[in-house]
Every structure is written in structure tokens, then in C-alpha cells.
Design a protein around this ligand. Structure first.
Ligand code: SDX
Length: 436
């Protein structure tokens, strides 16, 4: 970051001396006012719950232009990456800062492929869960549990440990997600198969059984690979900020990523794809397209607490570019599977059309986000609704790791420790119980 030819002056109406604060510029996007010395100079904190106007870090990984609806991974537009690259190339890009050449791509793919198996003991770890446990509960446990298996890569300050734990996490998440699914349906686990692509291997671990050969459908394989690309990283979202804050204590990479899995589970965040599909199911059950008007009315009624899941975004005040690509992917998959007439897809498109013409949504700049269509395409592929966020976590793991590594690699980083505006009881003495 570079000092801008601009300064911020903070003055106070109560006569406290004003102070000057430096302004820094990045390469693109808003400048920042550096308030690191604010408390020492004024004895005051800033106040920004939800971090609506706060840059918690500088980063060179992902940039979102919310007004333009633009998403760049290391400068490359998501629309180009989704068409010209595969997920492992995107992983390489996010981790190392540039796209791999043919040799680098081959070596990286081989490295990941060689780490897709998990320790056999993990199967016994799984047995502690109920068969009907939510896969995200299982994944939070399994990912955190990885730190109990890979002691040789838990020192977050050791670059070699960061490198191998990154490969292990990227390689093993598909295996763990597929194991969580198989455990829930009582089928045997399928071991990874090294001659398959990253997405193809995941499809086989999910849907193959030991009883017969499994043939990967190339259209579904490509669609799933693209879904992984679309979910790979997204600036300082809630789960990424969780990973950074957790990692800033020096804990091991597996524990920090497990914290990200736990945060992503929430319906306001990564859990929205599961919530969006359940919302479409509910509207379908109540009468489908004919009931959209009634549902929209509920959404607009503040007392209903009903939100249009898969719509709205803290940063995008325009169409989420990932939602457009997800809708295209949806079309491809449904056509491939002969499901073009899928009633839920038709319902989602009609719901989007009506919402985008409604003043409530237009005035609040609420557009479909990545989660609006992702559930429909995952359901068509055969992925159960309660596993959608697990797929999101699988794909976002590389982004979490890249952001964590960037933080640890920043000589300026400190343990994250926000302050507060205290509104509780001032000091008082404990009364005897007879007087309470
Ligand atoms: C992800 O941060 C990221 O980058 C996340 C993510 C990533 O890749 O990591 O993009 C992934 O989490 C996508 C978002 C998935 N969540 C959902 O689809 C859940 C539904 N969306 C909302 O909960 C909401 O839009 C948020 C949480 C996504 C964003 O909320 P904000 O920025 O805090 O905005 P807000 O809640 O203050 O909303 C502003 C107004 C409010 O109305 P008013 O108080 O002004 O009258 O818009 C309304 C909100 O009530 N609003 C919605 C709405 N989203 C916002 N009203 C109905 N339906 C919605 N979906």
C-alpha cells in the first residue's frame, strides 16, 4: 500500500485538539484512513460493528467491485477463470499469485493427487457421530481433528508446514466431504482414485459403490469444477475473517480452517445455499409460481423475519457475477440430465425476475448472490441439500489458506484483538446473598 497525497483531519467540537490521520491507497478500490494511532492520540476507539466501513487488513488476493459486480482472483476476472481454467489452476493462482504454466500445473496436480487419502483412523473418528449428524457438524470436527493426525505440519510460522498443510487440506477435503456423505447414508467409503480429475474423483467418492464401475459424466465433472472455482475465495467475508482472526493466535492451520468451516455453516453466509433451496421447496409445496407474490409480500413484511435467501450481499450492490455463471452452469447440467423443465429452476428464475422488478429489492440493491442457483444445480447432480455448504467449504478451503498464509507472511501482523464500547454496569460491590 502507498501513502496517498491526502490526509484525514479529525476535529472535535468539544475543543479536544484535532489530529491528522494518514490515508493509504491500494492498487484499485477505496483508500483507507489509517487509525492505528487513534487510541493512543485521542483515547477513543472507532465504532463499526459488522465492519461495514473497516478494512481489517491489506490483501493482494481477491478484489470485489460491488457496484460493478466484478470479482477478480489475483487480477483475473472470475468469468475468464471459470471458462479458461480448472479448479486446481485456480488453487495455484490463489496460493502463489499467478497461474501455473503447463509443467507447474502438472506438478501441482500430481502433488494434490498424492495427498487425497486420509489417515485410516479417521473412519473411527467418524463413528463417534450419529448417522443423522449434519455434515457440517462432522466436517467441523474432522477438519479440526486433522491437527491430531498431521503433527508434522502444525507450526503455522514454519513455511514448509504451511505448504504441506495447504496441500493436505485442499487434497483431503473432498475425501472428508464424501466420507461424511457416505457415513450418513450407511454406504462404504470410496477411496480416492488417482487417475481421475479433482472434481471427477470427488464425484466418484460421492456416488460410486464397490459393487460396480462408476463412469464420471464429463459435463457434470466440468460443472462441479466450475462450482469449486466460483466458491474459492471472496475477500474478507465472515468465514475468511474468522480464519484470519483464529490463525492470528498462532494456532495450527487445521484448527484455523476448522473455525472457517464452523462460521461458513451459518444461513446468512455459506448456509444460504441450503436455506435458498429449502425456501424454493417451501414455495413449491405451497403452490409454486402462483405463490411467489404472497412470498414476496412476506419478505417485505419486517415482522415476518422472512428473507429471500440467496439474495442480497454486503458488498455486491449489483448482480453477483458468480450467480450469473451459476445460472449458466445450472442450465448446462439440467440440459445434460434432461431436466430442463425442472420446476424448481423455473420457479427460481421467475422469483428472480419478479424480485428484480420489485421496488423493495431494487431500492435496496438486492440481487441474486452465489447461493441462489447453486442449490438447484447441486441437487440436480445428486448432492443432498444438507451437504451444499460442505461443498462450499471444500471449495473455500483454498481461499482460507491463501488468506491465512498472506496474514502470517505479513511482518506487520499481530494477534487480532478488537476493543468495545462498554455499556454495562460500572464498578459496584457484591452484596451479601441476604441482601440480593
Ligand atoms: C455469502 O461476504 C461474502 O462475501 C459472503 C459470500 C462469500 O462468497 O463468502 O459471498 C457468500 O455469504 C453470500 C450471502 C448469502 N446469504 C444469503 O443469501 C442470506 C440472505 N441475505 C441476507 O441475509 C443479507 O443480504 C446479507 C447477510 C447477505 C447481507 O446483509 P447486510 O449487508 O448486512 O445488509 P442488511 O441486512 O443490512 O440489508 C439491507 C436491507 C435491510 O432492509 P432495511 O433494514 O434497509 O429495510 O436489505 C434487506 C434488509 O432487511 N435485505 C433483505 C435481504 N438481504 C438484505 N431483505 C430480504 N431478503 C434478503 N435476502
Amino acid at each position: 500500500m502507498k501513502l496517498a497525497d491526502n490526509k484525514a483531519t479529525l476535529s472535535f467540537s468539544n475543543g479536544k485538539p484535532s489530529i491528522e490521520l494518514p490515508v493509504y491507497s491500494g492498487n484499485i478500490g477505496p483508500d483507507v484512513i489509517d487509525i492505528r494511532k487513534l487510541y493512543s492520540q485521542t483515547g477513543m476507539f472507532t465504532y463499526d460493528p459488522g465492519f461495514l466501513s473497516t478494512a481489517a487488513t491489506q490483501s493482494a488476493i481477491t478484489y470485489i467491485d460491488g457496484d460493478q459486480g466484478e470479482l477478480l482472483y489475483r487480477g483475473y476476472p472470475i468469468e475468464q477463470l471459470a471458462v479458461n481454467c480448472d479448479f486446481l489452476e485456480t488453487c495455484y493462482l490463489l496460493l502463489k499469485g499467478d497461474l501455473p504454466n503447463a509443467t507447474e500445473k502438472k506438478d501441482f496436480t500430481e502433488l494434490v493427487t498424492r495427498h487425497t487419502m486420509v489417515n485410516e483412523q479417521m473412519q473411527f473418528f467418524m463413528r463417534g457421530f450419529r448417522r443423522d449428524a449434519h455434515p457440517m457438524a462432522i466436517l467441523t470436527g474432522l477438519v479440526g481433528g486433522m491437527s491430531a493426525f498431521y503433527h508434522d505440519s502444525t507450526d503455522i510460522n514454519n513455511p514448509e508446514h504451511r505448504e504441506i498443510s495447504a496441500i493436505r487440506l485442499i487434497a483431503k477435503l473432498p475425501t472428508l466431504v464424501a466420507m461424511a456423505y457416505k457415513y450418513g447414508i450407511g454406504q462404504p467409503y470410496m477411496y480416492p482414485q488417482n487417475d481421475l480429475s479433482y472434481a471427477g474423483n470427488f464425484l466418484r467418492m460421492m456416488f460410486a459403490t464397490p459393487c460396480e464401475e462408476y463412469k464420471v459424466n464429463p459435463v457434470i465433472e466440468k460443472a462441479l469444477d466450475r462450482i469449486f472455482i466460483l466458491h474459492a475465495d471472496h475477500e474478507q467475508n465472515a468465514s475468511t475473517s474468522t480464519v484470519r482472526l483464529c490463525g492470528s493466535s498462532g494456532t495450527n492451520p487445521f484448527a484455523a480452517i476448522a473455525a472457517g468451516v464452523a462460521c461458513l455453516w451459518g444461513p446468512a453466509h455459506g448456509g444460504a445455499n441450503e436455506a435458498a433451496l429449502n425456501m424454493l421447496y417451501d414455495i413449491q409445496k405451497q403452490g409454486g409460481v402462483a405463490k411467489i407474490g404472497e412470498f414476496i409480500k412476506q419478505v417485505k413484511d419486517k415482522n415476518s423475519n422472512v428473507k429471500l435467501m440467496g439474495f442480497g450481499h454486503r458488498v455486491y450492490k449489483n448482480y453477483d457475477p458468480r450467480a450469473k455463471l451459476m445460472q449458466q452452469t445450472c442450465n448446462e447440467v439440467l440440459t445434460e440430465l434432461g431436466l430442463e423443465k425442472d420446476p424448481l429452476f423455473a420457479l427460481a428464475k421467475e422469483l428472480e425476475k419478479i424480485a428484480l422488478e420489485d421496488e423493495y429489492f431494487v431500492s435496496r440493491k438486492l440481487y441474486p448472490n452465489v447461493d441462489f442457483y447453486s442449490g438447484i444445480v447441486q441437487r440436480a447432480i445428486g448432492i443432498p441439500v444438507n451437504l451444499f455448504t460442505g461443498i462450499f467449504a471444500l471449495a473455500r478451503t483454498v481461499g482460507w489458506i491463501a488468506q491465512l498464509n498472506e496474514m502470517i507472511g505479513d511482518p506487520e501482523y499481530k494477534i487480532g484483538r478488537p476493543r468495545q464500547l462498554f455499556t454495562g454496569a460500572p464498578r459496584r460491590d457484591v452484596p451479601h446473598i441476604s441482601k440480593r
